[in-house]
Design a protein around this ligand. Structure first.
Ligand code: NDP
Length: 296
């Protein structure tokens, strides 16, 4: 292996420390406790794990965590009613509705009902528009975490060739906007892209956000490129025992690490950064709501 492994877990810990310091200052100097409300509808096991982890880390950094667990059959009106209450609750500075929602609920409608100033996931159409036009917005947590790791590793990203695989509203598209904002030359690839390996081979920076275990292999990677693996895929792991599973990314780690200059592991790469950025966004939202200087 030649690549440097980018330690998202350690980086996320430094962000959480900064968040905790800022939260301490907000409490001491202004008597304000930032609050994050997380809404979970239904019992999707992966979502339950994420929500638990978010709540735990919110409390660990000194913020208030408000968890709302609703039954899978919750109606749209009930959910919108809850969001309305959270929008006007002064103790709540950030609202996150865990996706995916059950099929009978319209995610776009629900997300766009959140006050954009409290939309710490950055999915509200206003925040999407602000990001797209380079204005101050709430930036989606996963792409923000990827950008922070890239800036930390490279310093300037200006002029770099970046290929984002995946065009979802929550990862691929905002990731591309952020890279463009940092003056990369950006290509967004997707399931209809022709000669995907050839496209990826051009990239100084590869962001894989697909949801296909090990799809990107070392022979797709330009020597020395930086590979950010967003994918989280649970696969069978018979080597760990019967019925056991493990998490892998969208990039085949060993073969990509042979060629890349740097790579994020799964787990321990983008995942921890995502939650750390959520906490940071909540503090930012709290500062903006109170007209206070934002953390750097
Ligand atoms: P989506 O399913 O919404 O999007 C997947 C994208 O991949 C689509 O744009 C799709 O193209 C594209 N795609 C699918 N198959 C191929 C293929 N064979 N070749 C090229 N492109 C392809 O997923 P998300 O963006 O929500 O998530 C992507 C991955 O990232 C998942 O594994 C998810 O679990 C993970 N994730 C991780 C997070 C973290 O914190 N680390 C946070 C969020 C997601 P098309 O549009 O043409 O269908």
């Amino acid at each position: 292996m030649s690549a440097e492994v980018i330690d998202g877990k350690a980086f996320a810990a430094t962000i959480r420390e900064k968040v905790a310091t800022h939260v301490g200052r907000l409490k001491e100097e202004y008597g304000i406790t930032p609050g994050l409300a997380v809404v979970l509808v239904g019992e999707d096991p992966a979502s339950q794990v994420y929500v638990r982890s978010k709540g735990k880390q919110t409390v660990e950094t000194g913020m208030a965590s408000f968890e709302h667990r609703l039954a899978a059959e919750t109606s749209e009106d009930e959910l919108l009613g809850l969001i309305d209450r959270l929008n006007t609750d002064p103790a709540v500075h950030g609202i996150l509705v865990q996706l995916p929602l059950p099929d009978h609920l319209d995610s776009d409608l629900v997300i766009n009902a959140i006050d954009p100033a409290k939309d710490v996931d950055g999915f509200h159409i206003s925040n999407v528009g602000l990001l797209g036009t380079g204005q101050k917005s709430m930036v989606p947590c996963t792409p923000l975490g990827c950008l922070m790791m890239l800036r930390d590793h490279h310093g300037s990203l200006s002029g770099k060739e970046a290929v984002v695989i995946g065009r979802s509203n929550i990862v691929g598209k905002p990731m591309a906007q952020l890279l463009l904002g940092d003056s990369c030359t950006v290509t967004i690839a997707h399931s209809r892209t022709q000669d995907l390996p050839g496209v990826v081979r051009r990239a100084d920076i590869v962001i894989a956000a697909v949801g296909r275990p090990g799809m990107v292999t070392g022979d797709w990677i330009k020597p020395g490129a930086t590979v950010i693996d967003v994918g989280i895929n649970r696969i069978d792991a018979p080597e760990k025992g019967e019925g056991k599973t493990r998490l892998v990314g969208d990039c085949e780690f060993d073969s990509c690490a042979e060629v890349a200059g740097a790579i994020t592991p799964v787990p321990g790469g983008v995942g921890p950064m995502t939650i750390a950025c959520l906490l940071a966004n909540t503090v930012t939202a709290c500062c903006r709501a109170n007209g206070l200087p934002e953390p750097e």
